[in-house]
Design a protein around this ligand. Structure first.
Ligand code: PEP
Length: 258
């Protein structure tokens, strides 16, 4: 990672999406652990965003390794008539330390709204979970010159109810929707431009937070392209979907951030 970011620890998070029985999750962890942190040098923070059913299994298997287990969604309420939902306290009890909020698949396929995220992000923080807030534009929005408008809206709404003093505790993942699961990775310049814009949006609230907040890139990151993406000045890590399902390729991406 670039020397110009000495204060921001790189963060590599794997997103399993809908993958992994508990048996598969335990096997994955057993294979991943010996591959992590082989090299000397700076250790990135590492997270695994897993289905609810595997959180406890993964937290137990990775206990003491420093790897954070994240959920892929949560409800903002503590309790109530919300069939099928889970709360921050329920996730914490299983051993989760973080939660992905506003992933584009939740937004596009399951009706996640910026309004709900306005409540989810502070609810996660208040409970002691680190929110990983996902933002990003569609291909049509990019082509229509609407990327900045879209990112501004998503970042402002997601952070609206977060105190300035806690802004840097949120991790923001810039994930262009056209690059997720498509094999179409953003060029390093495109990724840098958008992550720097996201950081500037945080800076509109607090300059100090903008210096400290971690902004990740997500979208078809693989061991082969991780290095050139991670060396961009405003990119502090990666949210990795498909390539995180293989422990070997995930560990190689982690090594690229070290
Ligand atoms: C993701 O799930 O957030 C993601 C970026 O997926 P992929 O790496 O497969 O594009």
């Amino acid at each position: 990672m670039p020397d110009e970011n000495p204060g921001r620890t790189p963060y590599i998070a794997g997103n399993w999406k809908l993958w992994g029985t508990r048996a598969q999750a335990a096997d994955y962890c057993e294979r991943l652990l010996p591959l992590l942190f082989e090299a000397d040098g700076r250790r990135p923070d590492v997270g695994l965003c897993v289905p609810y059913t595997s959180i406890e299994t993964v937290a137990t298997a990775l206990a003491g390794s420093g790897v954070v287990v994240a959920a892929q969604n949560m409800h903002q309420a503590e309790t109530g008539a919300y069939t099928g939902e889970v709360s921050a306290a329920m996730l914490l009890e299983l051993g989760a330390g973080a939660v992905v909020l506003g992933h584009s698949e939740r937004r596009q396929l399951f009706g996640e709204t910026d309004r709900a995220l306005t409540e989810k992000v502070p609810a996660a923080l208040a409970a002691g979970l680190q929110p990983i807030l996902c933002v990003g534009e569609t291909e049509e929005e990019r082509e229509a010159g609407d990327m900045e408008r879209k990112l501004r809206h998503q970042v402002q709404e997601g952070l609206e109810q977060v105190d300035d003093g806690r802004l840097a505790d949120v991790v923001i993942a810039y994930e262009p929707i056209w690059a997720i699961g498509t094999g179409k990775v953003a060029t390093p310049d495109q990724a840098q431009e958008a992550t720097s814009f996201v950081r500037a949006l945080v800076g509109d609230r607090s300059r100090a937070a903008a210096e400290r907040v971690r902004v990740l890139y997500g979208g078809s990151v693989k061991p082969e392209n991780a290095g050139e993406i991670l060396e961009q000045a405003d990119i502090d890590g990666a949210l990795v979907g498909g390539a995180s399902l293989d422990p070997d390729s995930f560990a190689r991406i982690v090594a690229a951030a070290g």
